[in-house]
Design a protein. Structure first.
Length: 561
């Protein structure tokens, strides 16, 4: 028989012995009975709040995980961490806190689990930064852990067409372009978000949930379930029980996370046509696990992995359709059979990827959400890592192929997201322009805001194929069009983006994977010599601290380097 105290490596110093009577006294007040002090303690990290529909139901999910852990022989303790809403703060100064919140979430989950002596952990995330934040904490703590995705939203319906948050953002551009009246804009606003769950396309939340399942940190099917479904409640209960089983087997995140498992996650993100944010977050998660992952890995894997899923924003289907046809598991089986996944990687089931997929049936023949390997949407990755004299450390583009593969145009330069949105909506941006948005990187923002407002306005005004956009900021998973972000070094630290002037020619080449400023080197040298760093936008508080600590976006924008 295994030593029961081996399951209580972290909780036993907190509750065992006469000298721990004060600790036990406090725990009795929150529901511990005598027998519970001999059980492994499972922390359940809930990201519940009424800040956003993505997380408004997670208190109910946490309760199911609590029950599952207790029924399996553990003693659960539910605690909360924060979330912020990208969809609500998008396009405002508040969006600067979005990426910062990933670090706060990771730090807070680590702090609570470490301080309270939790032996294992369930983390439940619903919005974009919850997921990598929780995964980073799980990797740092290295205690038996399972991640649970809060689930995707049921799409809204506007005049017979599925609608979601990106529908609303693009409607703003259509309204500005005179294509719809204010009354229809109000209709779209009123029906696009019908309830709980994360944004409905293959945007960042669904991308990261899928990537974490592919990593092996979630139970099978966790990434592709509706937020309001019975299946999601059952997933949460199983996760609580699974942590207790991982404790018994001694399986920790370090046994699951490896270079090969991260390669699996990258492969899945590409096949799904997922968000550019996955590049940033997977690099940061690998850093927390002590695994060297970089932009070159996305480029290398992207050469051989096709885009197979016709999902929004570039495709026509939403996540609810993907759930309906069977979710992620048949896609994983398809990729494994094609030799594109490492089947030997361990997962939180205690089995390998290949063992988990052994009984998975393929998608039905009459569906067209996921293509066969013989007929991909794109034969290689939509995530392009671009380099050149404008991005010597790299940039990330999302090129579906529908925008074309090359764009050359004249720069129109904006020093902030707000200024660019005004320029697009007011008509200053015209066909042939390359919109340059700078000083929005991790340091310059500070916080590396997402540019969903400008990119949606471009699409809404019908300029999606007529202009391009480049920035040292990020993009929402809902962004599409000819867009390049994560330009490094960023403008605020003297990167070449700081040297661009109105009228300069910029060329984006997604075949050669290059991003270049067509200005003579002597002229660039003169501009560089004249450049001076602007004073910090923030000098106190979380944003100022983040700007001082954060690494380049090409390194994951991490703060614990």
């Amino acid at each position: 028989m295994p030593d029961p105290n081996a399951l209580r490596r972290h909780s036993s110093p907190v509750v065992d012995g006469p000298d721990r009577a004060p600790s036990r006294a406090m725990l009795r007040a929150v529901g511990f009975a005598d027998a519970d002090f001999a059980k492994p303690v499972v922390g359940v990290a809930s990201t519940w709040s009424m800040v956003t529909p993505c997380n408004m139901h997670i208190d109910r999910l946490a309760e199911e995980s609590r029950k599952g852990a207790d029924a399996a022989g553990g003693k659960s303790v539910v605690f909360c961490t924060i979330t912020v809403s990208d969809g609500i703060s998008m396009g405002t100064p508040g969006m600067r806190y979005s990426l910062v919140s990933r670090e706060i979430i990771a730090d807070s989950v680590e702090a609570v689990a470490g301080a309270e002596g939790f032996d294992g952990l369930v983390c439940i995330g619903g919005c974009d930064k919850n997921m990598p934040g929780c995964a980073i904490a799980m990797a740092r703590l290295n205690r038996p852990s399972v991640f649970v995705y809060g689930g995707t939203i049921v799409p809204g319906l506007h005049r017979g067409q599925a609608a979601d948050i990106v529908t609303v953002f693009e409607a703003v551009g259509r309204h500005a372009g005179g294509q719809i009246a204010e009354g229809e804009l109000r209709e779209i606003e009123s029906c696009s978000i019908p309830g709980e769950g994360s944004c409905g396309g293959m945007y960042t939340a669904n991308t990261m949930a899928s990537a974490i399942e592919a990593l092996g940190l979630s139970l099978p099917d966790s990434s592709a379930q509706l937020a309001n479904s019975k299946a999601k409640l059952e997933d949460c209960a199983r996760a609580g029980a699974a942590v207790v089983e991982l404790l018994r087997k001694g399986i920790r995140p370090s046994d699951i996370l490896s270079r090969e498992s991260f390669e699996n996650a990258i492969t899945v993100v590409i096949a799904l046509g997922g968000s550019t944010n996955a590049v940033l977050h997977l690099i940061a998660m690998a850093h927390a696990a002590g695994i060297g992952l970089g932009l070159d890995d996305f480029e290398r894997i992207g050469r051989r992995v096709p885009v197979l899923c016709d999902l929004k924003p570039s495709g026509k289907y939403n996540m609810a359709h993907f759930v309906r046809i069977g979710g992620l598991q048949p896609l994983l089986r398809q990729l494994l059979d094609a030799g594109l996944l490492h089947g030997g990687c361990l997962t939180v089931t205690g089995k390998t990827v290949a063992e988990n997929l052994a009984g998975v049936r393929p998608y039905a023949a009459d569906q067209d959400v996921v293509r066969p390997m013989s007929n991909p949407i794109k034969p290689d990755s939509h995530l392009r890592i671009l380099r050149g004299n404008l991005a010597p450390e790299g940039a990330v583009a999302k090129i579906s192929g529908k925008e074309g593969l090359r764009f050359s145009g004249k720069a129109i330069v904006f020093e902030s997201e707000e200024a660019s949105l005004r320029g697009i909506l007011d008509g200053a941006v015209r066909e042939g322009h390359v919109i340059v948005i700078r000083n929005e990187g991790p340091v310059g923002g500070p916080g590396m805001r997402e540019m969903l407002g400008p990119t949606s306005a471009v699409m809404g005004k019908g300029l999606g194929k007529a202009v391009a956009l480049v920035t040292d900021g990020r993009f929402s998973g809902g962004s599409h069009g000819f867009v390049v972000g994560h330009i490094t070094p960023e403008a605020a630290v003297g990167g070449p983006l700081a040297l661009v002037r109105d009228g300069d020619t910029l060329t984006i080449d997604a075949v050669r994977n290059e991003l270049n400023l067509e200005v003579p080197e002597a002229e660039l040298a003169a501009r560089r010599a004249a450049w001076k760093a602007a004073p910090p936008k923030e000098t106190r508080g979380a944003l100022a601290k983040y700007a001082r600590l954060v690494s380049s976006a090409s390194l994951g924008a991490v703060t614990d380097r």
